[in-house]
Design a binder for this molecule. Structure first.
Ligand code: PLP
Length: 396
């Protein structure tokens, strides 16, 4: 039986559109990422999972998984209530109420780290921690982008871009009584989150591979020097985080980085198909149904227009996955409430009522469109669990 036929049987009788995770493939991706990380500790990026059940499942899957990288202080507070106890909030916030909620959660037996790159971040956390008479654990965000002539290779992120700036920052915040700088994070987005084997982009792939190669030693030196100068200044760094799904192999080359982050590499949304250094399995997506046939070689499905964030390009749209050979319409793409698909290259006959399976471009964002994930294993739905959205958790 083809995978399309298996999935079709599994979803017979389930209301669509619906989101799914193939747990057999999810488990294979876990193993692939553990092997890629070669015993280095892995922190799980919650933004790329957005489901408490699966975050817990991941942490229980191996002792190599330690802690969650979350994206909002309110989220961190809720995760502490769910029993998670090691949370790095990877993006600075100036939202007083959310920070207070997270600081209060850190008085329970849980270790929370707050990301900073400006004195304003530190001053706010220091004042709030003083109200609770505790110390806030801080993590400094070191910018890992590399400017080349005409290209800013990487993302615009932290204000701290050099070892010298990191030390100057540390000296400015040393006097605050209710903080403790104990972490350093450098996320090399241009390696971790940028595909270098994108179909139909021959020139772009060559340039990206060249720039990746050029920027690796710069990243390595910047991160290592920053760690060493901060340690020399007296910072007690215990958490040194780097990388993401796309960069595991290169990030672990740095012995001082004691944990690498992985998120998208579990669901493997389709943007993670386009890397030379690893191969993961498509473990998550959504199913919708053919509702009508406007012509002999076009079927139109309900829903579908769950376009991913970032620069608006075609590649950010969900891709039809099963049955193989379906093509999006070049003018309509994935639509607000319906999506036409060209069937000329699809061997499977599709009639109204038949299911069609899609994959999202970005991993966790799939969960912002569905309240539940149907977990498939061994040819059946073994469980149905809530997404963050299904819990009523919306942070941004
Ligand atoms: C700080 C940080 N670390 C790591 C990652 C990597 O996450 P993923 O493995 O989902 O690509 C991201 C993604 O944006 C990030 O912002």
């Amino acid at each position: 039986m083809s995978l399309y036929q298996q999935y079709s049987t599994i979803f017979d009788g389930i209301t669509t559109p619906a989101a799914w995770v193939d747990m057999d493939k999810f488990d294979n991706n876990i193993q692939t990422n553990l092997t890629r990380a070669n015993h280095r500790s892995i922190r799980i990026a919650s933004k790329s999972v957005r489901c408490v059940h699966l975050l817990r499942y991941l942490l229980n899957a191996s002792q190599q998984f330690n802690g969650i990288m979350c994206y909002h202080p309110q989220e961190a507070a809720l995760l502490v209530d769910e029993g998670f106890d090691d949370l790095l909030i990877a993006y600075p916030s100036l939202c007083r109420d959310s920070l207070m909620a997270a600081l209060q959660a850190s008085t329970k037996p849980a270790k929370l780290y707050f990301m900073v790159d400006r004195v304003e971040h530190v001053a706010l956390l220091d004042g709030l921690a003083a109200e609770l008479n505790i110390k806030a654990n801080l993590c400094l965000d070191l910018d890992m982008s590399v400017p080349f002539p005409g290209v800013h290779f990487g993302v615009h992120r932290s204000n701290i871009k050099t070892p010298r700036q990191a030390v100057e920052f540390y000296r400015r915040i040393k006097g605050f009584q209710h903080i403790n700088l104990c972490g350093l994070m450098g996320y090399e987005a241009q390696i971790a989150g940028l595909g270098d084997q994108v179909p139909g982009k021959i020139l772009q792939n060559i340039v990206v591979r060249y720039l990746k190669k050029k920027s690796l030693p710069i990243i390595h030196d910047r991160r290592t020097e920053t760690i060493l100068v901060l340690l020399h200044e007296g910072a007690q760094l215990t958490l040194i985080n780097g990388g993401g799904t796309g960069s595991i192999e290169s990030t672990i080359q740095e012995p001082l980085v004691n944990e690498v982050t992985v998120g998208s590499g579990f669901y493997c949304s389709h943007l993670f198909d386009y890397y030379r250094n690893f191969k993961l399995e498509p473990a998550a997506g959504f199913v919708t149904s053919v509702a009508r046939k406007p012509s002999a070689d076009i079927v139109t499905c309900n829903g579908g227009g769950y376009v991913a964030s970032g620069n608006a390009e075609r590649i950010k749209m969900p891709q039809p996955y099963l049955p193989a050979g379906l093509k999006l319409d070049p003018n309509e793409g994935t639509g607000e409430v319906q999506t036409p698909l060209h069937t000329q290259q699809c061997k499977q006959a599709l009639e109204p009522g038949d299911p069609v399976f899609f994959r999202h471009a970005k991993a966790g964002e799939l969960c912002e469109h569905f309240n539940q994930l149907h977990l498939i294993r061994d040819g059946v739905i073994e469980d149905t669990v809530t997404t963050y959205r299904g819990n009523g958790w919306v942070f941004m």
